[in-house]
Write a protein that binds this ligand. Structure first.
Ligand code: SF4
Ligand code: SF4
Length: 72
């Protein structure tokens, strides 16, 4: 059962499958505007409102945990 969590700020939002997220922080490291951080070993995207739509996070996540991502 997927544990999909939605983070949103204005028109920007992302959903992340917390069952798949392995907390390896690749998305944290790759995001140029620091949208992500780790909280208790899982990703948190409370700063998704800063997103510039580069899609680097989706592309780098080896677990494909970042399922949907829209900032437009
Ligand atoms: S890159 Fe994927 S698995 Fe790693 S912390 Fe980010 S969402 Fe989780
Ligand atoms: S799309 Fe780019 S700017 Fe937006 S959260 Fe992902 S890595 Fe950060």
């Amino acid at each position: 059962m997927a544990d999909r969590v939605k983070f949103e700020d204005g028109e920007a939002w992302v959903t992340i499958d917390m069952d798949l997220c392995a907390g390896i922080a690749a998305c944290v490291d790759v995001c140029p505007v620091e949208c992500y951080k780790l909280v208790d070993g899982k990703v948190n995207a409370d700063r998704i409102g800063e997103c510039i739509e580069c899609l680097a996070c989706e592309n780098i996540c080896p677990e494909e945990a970042i399922l949907e991502h829209f900032a437009w």
